[in-house]
Design a protein around this ligand. Structure first.
Ligand SMILES: *Cc1c(COP(=O)(O)O)cnc(C)c1O
Length: 399
C-alpha cells in the first residue's frame, strides 16, 4: 500500500479521514478550509507565525543528547525538548498557528476541548495574547486529576466548562465542544490534535511540523547527518507524533515509532491502545481507527495519562500504521511511570506522563551500537506531580 502523509482534496489519508459533520457545520468548516489554504502560503502570516514561535514560545526547542540514556543503551539518544516551550508542551505550536488564523477570519470567541489541560492552557494563553474570548471544555475527571492546569486557564481569563457525560474525559469534552460549536457556528473551534474533520488533521500537522524541521537542522549540526535511525513519539490523537515524524515520512530508512497507552495492559479492558484494539469508525468528524464494540458504541479508554486517554487516533496515524510506514508500540501505565522516574533521577528532567510513554519504548527495542534515536519529549511533568507522588508513596522502595 502506498503511504500518503498528505490528504487528498476531501481530506482522506488513504482510507482514513474525511469530514463527517452535521449540516450546520458544513459552512464553517468550508470557510476554515479556504482560510487555511490561503494563509498557510501568505508571507505575512508565515512571518508572524515564525516570529511568535521564536520570541514567544522560545523556539527552536533544544535537541539534547541524554547522557544517561545514551550510556545505558550504548547509542546516541536525543531528546527533542518540547517540554521547554512556553506553557510546557508542544501544544502551543498549533494554538499559535490557529489563533492567527482565527484573527484573520474575524473570529472573536474561541472554543477548545482539553484532556490533560495542556491544550486548554495553550489555547487560553494565545487568547490572552490576542484578546479573544476563550471557552474550554474539560471532562470532570480530568478537572480533578489535572487541577493545576484548570487554575492556570482561569488565571489566563478562560471559562472552563466541565463535561459531565460518559467517562468524563477527553472524548466527552470534545463531544460537548462540538455540540456548543453547532449552536454557535460563528465561534472558532480550535482543535488540539490531528483529529476532527478535514482540514483539522492536516492543519494541526502543518503547524506542528516545525518540530521535525528543527530536528533535521539540529541533527545535521550534531551528527553531520539530518536523518536519525529512529524517531519515537507518544500518540494520544497524534499531534506531537505528526510534528516529530512529518519531515521524515518520505525518508523510508527512518523508523517511526508511535507509542500508545496500554493502560493496565493492552487486553486488560483498561487500555487506550487504539491501533491494536480499534476498528474503522467515525469519531469527532473523521473516519479512523477507534475503540468500539460490535454495536459501534465507544469503548471507554483508560490511561494513567489524561493526554493519551482517547478512544481514537488521528487519520494520518491510522493510515501510516495500517500501511506499515509507522510502527505502533503499546506501553503500560507502570512502564511509563518507571521511565518517568528514571529520567527524573538520572537526567534531572521530569517528563510529562505522556512523554514518559515514549521514553519507555527504549527498553523494548533492539538497539545497534551508535544508533541515532530521537525521542520527542512532548511536555514537562509539573501537571503530573500528584500522580507521580502517589506512585512514589506506593513504590518508593523499588524506585
Ligand atoms: C496533549 C499531550 C499529548 C498527546 O496529544 P498528541 O496530540 O497525541 O500529541 C502528549 N504529550 C503531552 C505533553 C501533551 O500535553
Amino acid at each position: 500500500m502506498k503511504t500518503s502523509y498528505k490528504p487528498d482534496k476531501l481530506g482522506f489519508y488513504g482510507e482514513y479521514g474525511g469530514a463527517f459533520i452535521p449540516e450546520l457545520l458544513k459552512i464553517p468548516v468550508q470557510e476554515l478550509s479556504a482560510a487555511f489554504s490561503y494563509f498557510k502560503e501568505d508571507p505575512s502570516f508565515i512571518l508572524e507565525f515564525e516570529q511568535l514561535l521564536k520570541d514567544y514560545v522560545g523556539r527552536p526547542s533544544p535537541l539534547y543528547k541524554s547522557t544517561h540514556l545514551s550510556n545505558r543503551f550504548q547509542a546516541n539518544i536525543y531528546l527533542k525538548r518540547e517540554d521547554l516551550n512556553h506553557t510546557g508542551s508542544h501544544k502551543i505550536n498549533n494554538t499559535i498557528g490557529q489563533i492567527l488564523l482565527a484573527k484573520r477570519m474575524g473570529k472573536t470567541t474561541i472554543l477548545a476541548e482539553t484532556g490533560a489541560g495542556q491544550h486548554g492552557v495553550a489555547t487560553a494563553t494565545v487568547c490572552a495574547l490576542t484578546g479573544l474570548k476563550c471557552v474550554v471544555f474539560m471532562g470532570e475527571k480530568d478537572i480533578e486529576r489535572q487541577y493545576p492546569n484548570v487554575q492556570r486557564m482561569r488565571m489566563l481569563g478562560a471559562t472552563v466548562i466541565p463535561a459531565t457525560s460518559g467517562s468524563k474525559t477527553l472524548k466527552d469534552a470534545t463531544n460537548e465542544a462540538i455540540r456548543h460549536w453547532i449552536n454557535h457556528p460563528d465561534s472558532y473551534y480550535l482543535i488540539g490534535s490531528v483529529v476532527g474533520p478535514h482540514p483539522y488533521p492536516e492543519m494541526v500537522a502543518h503547524f506542528q511540523s516545525v518540530i521535525s524541521k528543527e530536528i533535521k537542522v539540529q541533527l545535521t549540526h550534531a551528527t553531520g547527518k539530518e536523518l536519525p535511525h529512529r524517531v519515537i513519539a507518544c500518540v494520544g490523537g497524534g499531534s506531537n507524533a505528526a510534528g516529530a515524524f512529518y519531515e521524515f515520512y518520505e525518508d523510508e530508512e527512518v523508523e517511526l515509532i508511535a507509542v500508545e497507552a496500554a493502560g493496565e495492559g493492552v487486553y486488560s479492558g483498561l487500555s487506550a491502545a487504539t491501533s491494536i484494539l480499534g476498528s474503522d469508525g467515525v469519531i469527532h468528524g473523521s473516519l479512523t481507527l477507534l475503540m468500539q464494540d460490535r454495536d459501534g458504541q465507544i469503548i471507554e479508554p483508560h490511561s494513567i495519562s489524561a493526554g493519551l486517554d482517547y478512544p481514537g487516533i488521528g487519520p494520518l496515524h491510522a493510515h501510516t500504521i495500517r500501511s506499515g510506514r509507522t510502527k505502533a508500540c503499546p506501553i503500560t501505565d507502570d512502564e511509563a511511570l518507571r521511565a518517568a522516574f528514571e529520567l527524573s533521577r538520572n537526567e534531572g528532567v521530569i517528563p510529562a506522563l505522556e512523554s514518559a510513554h515514549a521514553l519507555a519504548v527504549l527498553e523494548k527495542l533492539t538497539i545497534q551500537p551508535n544508533e541515532v534515536i530521537v525521542i520527542n519529549l512532548s511536555g514537562r511533568g509539573d501537571k503530573d506531580m500528584q500522580t507521580y507522588l502517589e506512585y512514589f508513596t506506593k513504590n518508593h522502595e523499588s524506585i
